[in-house]
Design a protein around this ligand. Structure first.
Ligand SMILES: [Zn+2]
Length: 234
């Protein structure tokens, strides 16, 4: 019989969302993760990238994260993934994979939404900017990221954290919430899918919205339902 410990959590981005998510996954008993990031630790990001300290500045994030969480077998992948490469990447993931999309690239979030639905891989998408953050668990049969937002905005209209700022505690909340949703998906609990969590740190407001599965959403056309990792044979 397999257990939660056999699930493989695939964390895309080891920054402000990925760091708290990895901490929460490790503390909950996860044993295996693939962490993908191409970047190095920078001192001005330490306030929200809570896995690292000043001694890690200049190190690859994937290697610093693996050092910090020895109880979690992390496969570090130093790579900058382009949206066009996501379908092949998702197709090659282990059967017990649960993906956490923690990057700051909207186009990547849509690409993972579509590819994970097409391959039946459970997914949690998160984002945070300024005082606000959102998280959404995605599974076939429930509203997906594309049901809610339809398409990524033009790249020139997407503000970066470096430009617009981000509240460290806000991004930490979202990262922790993403980990909790991923753990629920790994346990085969599909009831968390399709609920959009929205946090407004400025007004201390948390909302749980229930968007509709949008008729004609192209991401659902090829969606595949797959048993949860815990339901897989050992
Ligand atoms: Zn959809």
């Amino acid at each position: 019989m397999t257990t939660l410990r056999s699930a493989c959590f695939v964390v895309i981005g080891a920054g402000g969302l990925g760091c708290p998510a990895l901490l929460a996954l490790s503390a909950a008993g996860a044993r295996r993760a693939i962490v993908l990031d191409h970047d190095r630790v920078e001192v001005h990001n330490l306030q929200r990238q809570v896995l690292y300290d000043v001694g890690d500045v200049g190190a690859l994030k994937v290697e610093a994260a693996a050092r910090r969480l020895p109880g979690l077998a992390i496969e570090p992948v130093r790579r900058r993934l382009m949206p066009s490469e996501v379908p092949a990447f998702v197709a090659g993931l282990p059967a017990a994979a649960v993906v956490l999309e923690c990057s700051d690239q909207p186009a990547l979030k849509f690409a993972f939404n579509d590819a994970c639905l097409a391959h039946g891989v459970p997914l949690v998408v998160g984002a945070a900017l300024g005082w606000h953050g959102q998280a959404l668990a995605v599974r076939p049969g429930a509203a997906c990221y594309r049901c809610v937002y339809e398409a990524p905005p033009p790249a020139e209209l997407v503000p970066r954290c470096d430009e617009a700022g981000v509240i460290g505690s806000g991004v930490g909340h979202i990262g922790m919430l993403m980990a909790q949703l991923a753990l629920r998906l790994a346990e085969g609990d599909g009831t968390v899918a399709g609920q959009l969590w929205a946090i407004d740190m400025l007004h201390a407001r948390v909302q749980r919205l229930a968007p509709h599965l949008r008729a004609g959403c192209p991401a659902h056309r090829l969606a595949v339902a797959r048993p949860s990792p815990l339901a897989s044979p050992p």
